[in-house]
Write a protein that binds this ligand. Structure first.
Ligand code: PLP
Length: 231
């Protein structure tokens, strides 16, 4: 077995173990393989090992990779910042975008989503910890943004995504993730039919699963460490 297949299997085992200890069904957690900075051959190896959903941060890099792969069985999620001048590429090439945090970007994505494609699947990114990274809508502004996004014709609002800063231990990490869970539950209580809570990465997926994550975004634990090359 190649390295990527073995590491994928190890990550799936971590997800299963976290679900077991949290009293959840493993089928309730989707694994998104974050292939940013890795080439088409890495995606191909993961696909051969059963992985279909891939996350990319850099839009042009992702579109080039899609063109090289030409594989309609792949599902692509945009998980990086989307500037106005990149919305068309996202609307035309991705199935999901998880990083919507401004209405203007959502409106452009909806207008530019080609008519022959299904609606673009969307998560609103929320800044749960006011931390240093700091994309994401503030929790106070979330409900209004989510309602406006849900009303756009060519988008389907699926849920929330967050990238909180690392915390010193499991319980601290879990409690930050639980804030996102509470916001997600609040939107559902307000009538939005959400089914996706995207949180957890290589270092913290267990805490995220204990807090209710339905989609973990894992890069380095599958593909290895990334070159810190300048972009
Ligand atoms: C890079 C990235 C990931 C994956 O991070 P790892 O620590 O490599 O698992 C997940 N989500 C987002 C938004 C990222 O940018």
């Amino acid at each position: 077995m190649n390295v990527i297949a073995a590491q994928l299997q190890a990550v799936r085992a971590r997800i299963d173990a976290a679900c077991l200890s949290a009293g959840r069904e493993p089928s309730g957690v989707t694994l998104l393989a974050v292939s940013k900075t890795f080439g088409p051959e890495a995606v191909r190896a993961a696909r051969a090992a059963g992985q279909a959903a891939f996350g990319e941060n850099y839009i042009q890099e992702a579109v080039d990779k899609m063109a090289a792969l030409q594989d309609p069985s792949l599902q692509w999620h945009c998980i990086g910042p989307v500037q106005s001048n990149k919305t068309r590429l996202v609307a035309e090439h991705f199935q999901w975008v998880q990083t919507v945090d401004r209405l203007k970007i959502a409106q452009r994505l909806s207008e530019q989503r080609p008519a022959h494609l299904p609606p673009l699947q969307v998560c609103v990114q929320v800044n749960v910890d006011g931390g240093s990274t700091k994309s994401g809508v503030a929790p106070e502004a979330l409900l209004a943004l989510a309602q406006a996004v849900a009303a756009l014709p060519r988008l389907q609002l699926r849920g929330l995504m967050c990238i909180p800063d690392p915390q010193p231990d499991f319980e601290a990490m879990k409690s930050v993730f639980l804030r996102a869970r509470a916001l997600h539950d609040g939107l559902r209580a307000a009538g939005l039919p959400l089914d996706t809570l995207s949180m957890g990465m290589s270092a913290d997926l267990e805490a995220a699963i204990h807090a209710g994550s339905t989609l973990v975004r894992v890069g380095s634990a599958i593909f290895g460490s990334r070159d810190p090359r300048p972009r």
